[in-house]
Design a binder for this molecule. Sequence first.
Ligand SMILES: O=C(O)CCC(=O)C(=O)O
Ligand SMILES: [Fe+2]
Length: 272
Amino acid sequence: MPELERITVGAGSTAICASLERDGACIVEAAVCTDQLGGLNQDLEALVAASTSETRTPTHKEMARFYGPNTIRLDGIPGKSPTFVDFMLDPLMHEVCRQVLLPNCPDYLLNVAQLIEIGPGESAQRLHRDEEAWSHMPKDCPNLSVQAMIALTEFTAENGATQVVPGSHLWEPERKPQAKEIAQATMKAGSALYYLGKTLHGGGTNTSVSQSRRGLFYGYVLGWLRTGENMFLTVPIEQVRNMPKRVQELLGYKSLGGIGVVDVGSPMERLR
Ligand SMILES: O=C(O)CCC(=O)C(=O)O
Ligand SMILES: [Fe+2]
């Protein structure tokens, strides 16, 4: 099994970016300080406890299959975790974004921030590239996104540590990995897997009897990957509720796979 490069947080963004360029992914040890790790776990435990089966998984069947039936996924974390808002100002990810994204945009945007808690019995997620979301882009397009999966509990081979295919960011899209080419991001709580949107990866199998693997998945995208007007703010939602369905879709209330989701599903649910 290949090993991902492990970088101590002190080595900084230059070492991380060199690893991302070569392998498409690396593990940053102790990426989150002890206080913030405690704060994130406290905020997110409360969210999980308050969640219901409806809010934990999407209503969209294909997305529910992709996320997995034994996995809790909660989105919109900046509005739900004050610790995450503080953490968003941590310089490390921004230094990486500056090198990976800023050559192709004047600024970048938070693309996702989701709790992903893989429960016992969950099978491995389909290996994918997060940039498949923009599958109409030419395959040699620049990096559209960079993300990190922070281990909030220890990630082990048994409890579903993320699977990653080092080097796959440079592969032809059709190439399928052999088992021996797949690494697993086993890491202590507080460490993070950094990876490019072009790197093949997916949640691992949780073969444990009672351990949940809790991760915080967040990342940034080129800032121009959005509409000219912000329709969600320019058109009040109370008015949108009374508009024809096709107009609601055109205003952005239809998600496209994992793009444009809210409550990990379609924004149309918010119009009911
Ligand atoms: O849970 C994980 O380890 C990975 C999740 C993931 O890659 C995704 O949902 O896009
Ligand atoms: Fe992914």
